[in-house]
Ligand binder design. Structure first.
Ligand code: FNR
Length: 188
């Protein structure tokens, strides 16, 4: 059965390593996965007044409706100042409200952190997991995915050329496919 997987990327940068990892993961996904990147850069910053007044921006309502249709969510993020980049946190916040209408609720998920550095985005990975616990996203625990030294992994066209990373990402994707099969999302 086809599974619709939303990909949320915590970087807006054209040459983003996180985007390159997302592209590599798309090529490693099973045939049953339809993977779609969800644009989050155009979501205005969350302000509860708009929900309380019943007048949320169209970018929020379209985003919420889109997320509801996914069977699972894959989060791929850099680390900003040892935490989750604001653009990704904002997307989580927008999807979590209004109160009681959390669109993440029950959707299986997985986290990949990416960094040019050796700590591999550990802080972002775990801060994101902390929010996902509260948002009730059953998040794959193993394998954890910390992709470090990202400057060394791609060719000039952005294709993944590091073989051990490719093998690891294949294992990660296989485990995620099994995770999505066993965690049935809530229907909205
Ligand atoms: C960074 N960077 C960074 N890297 C890291 O490993 N830990 C960190 O805490 C931070 N903090 C940080 C803050 C801000 C504001 C910026 C702009 C950058 C560096 C970061 O990993 C690097 O720019 C990556 O290339 C960003 O990911 P993308 O855009 O390549 O996916």
């Amino acid at each position: 059965m086809v599974k619709k997987i939303g990909i949320l990327i915590g970087s807006l940068r054209n040459e983003s390593f996180s985007k390159k990892i997302a592209n590599a993961l798309k090529t490693l996904a099973p045939a049953s996965f339809e993977m779609e990147e969800v644009e989050i850069g155009d979501l205005s910053i969350y302000n509860q007044d708009f929900d309380d007044e019943g007048n949320p921006p169209s970018s929020w309502t379209e985003f919420r409706e889109r997320v509801k249709k996914f069977d699972a969510i894959l989060f791929i993020t850099p680390e900003y100042n040892r935490s989750v980049p604001a653009v990704l946190k904002n997307a989580l916040d927008v999807g979590s409200r209004p109160y009681g209408k959390n669109v993440w609720d029950g959707k299986p998920g997985a986290v990949v952190s990416v960094s040019p550095g050796g700590l591999s985005g550990f802080g972002a990975n775990h801060h994101l997991r902390q929010s996902l616990v509260f948002l009730n996203v059953p998040t794959m625990q193993q394998p954890e995915a910390y992709i470090g030294n990202a400057t060394t992994l791609f060719d000039v066209n952005g294709a993944l050329i590091n073989e051990s990373s490719r093998e690891f990402l294949q294992k990660f994707m296989d485990a995620f496919a099994a995770w999505v099969e066993t965690n049935v999302p809530k229907k909205f």
